[in-house]
Each structure stands twice: as structure tokens, then as C-alpha cells.
Design a protein around this ligand. Structure first.
Ligand code: Z5A
Length: 222
């Protein structure tokens, strides 16, 4: 595939959305890329995915969603996203920035909910057809600080409402994944100002783009 898949991962409130938007603006403004750029997310990167996202995250205290049903809904969202969006864009040569991907399922449904990790890995393989990120930026933030950021926005979704221990297990999941996948996952200290985090991401992505053969005419972000 000619394009590249760059994924942002981390617990709630880590700053993924903020940093992804900053990176896309930076790349658009630079002469780095004459290629197409696209931003997307999971769940919800397709029309079907938007409906699944609503089912997954809406607050409905009266409705019980089993852990396996939740797992399969994330897998369905991913299968649709990979087939109808990610693979076609990557074949066209697009650089795709994606808010969450397969590691979130291992962290949330595996470490968080306690579903067998091998089952999740198999399901990830089926949903992605073997597609992996070229680079994953893991924004590592103190779990309570991340939840405080999200709660200060008001209105928590179904998963944000889970107890602190759940979110701590998720965090351990991301740490474990980063340890096992050093060439793919880069840890970024997310407990800093937006500008500090953005500068580190810019440096990492710039280096990667050079390694991948894109020419560098980027000016540093002021
Ligand atoms: N999930 C799953 O369980 N399994 C899966 O396979 C997948 C997902 C793919 C997706 O919801 C949910 O689905 C998610 C995991 C689960 N769990 N929940 N809930 P989402 O996409 O809506 O949630 P999210 O990805 O966690 O987004 P988020 O909560 O908005 O966090 P974020 O994108 O990392 O943060 P942000 O929106 O950029 O920033 C949050 C706030 O902090 C905001 O007010 C910012 O202005 C502020 N912020 C950002 N950076 C900073 C810094 N550096 N300092 C201070 N304040 C900051």
C-alpha cells in the first residue's frame, strides 16, 4: 500500500483529538506533503460506524450491553472502516490519521473488560484483514487527570462512566502494548501543555515522514 496509517491512542482525555487536529493543520500548511491527507476515527469513521458509535456510547442506564456484544460492535465498526475507507485511501497513497484503532480494543475490551486477549487479536485480524498502523502515537497521561479533563467538559458517555479501576487497567493495557511493539508504538508524555505535546509529535512525525521518503520542507511550528 502506498499511503501510511498514523494512529493516536490513549485513555480518555489524553488529548488525541486535540493533537490529531493540530497535526493535520500543520501538515496541510507545510510543503511536506503533496499527497492527500485524511482524518478519521474509530468508532464512527463510516456511516454504519456512526450508527454503531451511537449504540456503543449513548447513555442509557436501562440497557445492558454485554462485553462480547460490545466487542463485536467495535469489530464491525472496524471491518467496515478498513474495507470502505482505510484500505481504499491507503491504496490511493493517502496519509491517514486515525483516532483509535486495534490497540484500543486490546486495552479496553481485553485489559479493561477482561476478554481473552487471543480472541481479541484474532478478531482484530479478521476485522482489519491484517492491516496495521505504520506509526501509533500513544499519549500517556495520568488516568485521573484525563478523566478530570473529560468530566470538566460535562456529560460522560457509557464507557467514560466506568469506574477508575477499569480505566487503570486500560492504561496498563496501553503500557503493555507499547512495551511489546516498540517499533510501531511511540510513547508520548501527555501530561504536559498542548504546545509541548504538539512539538514532540511534530518532531516524531517529521522524522518518520523522512524515513518513509517524503521530502521535508516543513517549518517548525511556532
Ligand atoms: N473504544 C473501545 O472501548 N474499544 C475500541 O476498540 C475503540 C474504542 C476503537 C470512543 O469514544 C470510546 O470507545 C472510548 C474508547 C472506546 N472510550 N470512551 N469513552 P471517544 O472517541 O468519544 O473518546 P476518546 O477517544 O477517549 O476521546 P476524548 O475523551 O475526547 O479524549 P481525547 O480525544 O484523548 O482528548 P481531547 O478531546 O483532545 O481532549 C480532552 C479535553 O482535554 C479537551 O477539553 C481538551 O481541550 C483538553 N486538553 C487536551 N490536551 C490538553 C493538555 N495537554 N492539557 C490540558 N488540557 C488538554
Amino acid at each position: 500500500m502506498k499511503g501510511k496509517l498514523i494512529v493516536f491512542e490513549g485513555v480518555e482525555g489524553a488529548g488525541k483529538t486535540t493533537q490529531m487536529q493540530r497535526l493535520i493543520h500543520l501538515l496541510q500548511a507545510s510543503c511536506f506533503l503533496k499527497v492527500r491527507l485524511m482524518a478519521t476515527r474509530e468508532p464512527g469513521g463510516t456511516e454504519l460506524g456512526r450508527r454503531l458509535r451511537h449504540l456503543l456510547l449513548k447513555q442509557d442506564p436501562g440497557e445492558f450491553v454485554s462485553d462480547r456484544a460490545e466487542l463485536f460492535m467495535y469489530a464491525a465498526d472496524r471491518a467496515q472502516h478498513v474495507e470502505t475507507c482505510l484500505k481504499p485511501e491507503l491504496f490511493k497513497g493517502t496519509i491517514v490519521l486515525c483516532d483509535r484503532f486495534t490497540d484500543s480494543t486490546i486495552a479496553y475490551q481485553g485489559y479493561g473488560r477482561g476478554i481473552d486477549l487471543n480472541l481479541i487479536k484474532q478478531l482484530n485480524d479478521i476485522a482489519t484483514g491484517g492491516l496495521q498502523s505504520d506509526l501509533t502515537l500513544w499519549l500517556d497521561i495520568n488516568v485521573e487527570a484525563g478523566l478530570a479533563r473529560v468530566r470538566s467538559r460535562g456529560g460522560c458517555d457509557r464507557i467514560e462512566q466506568a469506574d477508575l479501576k477499569f480505566h487503570q487497567r486500560v492504561q496498563q493495557g496501553f503500557a503493555g502494548l507499547a512495551g511489546e511493539n516498540k517499533s510501531r508504538i511511540v510513547r508520548i508524555d501527555g501530561d504536559r501543555t498542548e504546545d509541548e505535546v504538539a512539538r514532540e509529535i511534530q518532531a516524531i512525525v517529521t522524522r518518520k515522514l523522512e524515513d518513509w521518503g517524503y521530502s521535508n520542507n516543513t517549518n517548525s511550528e511556532k
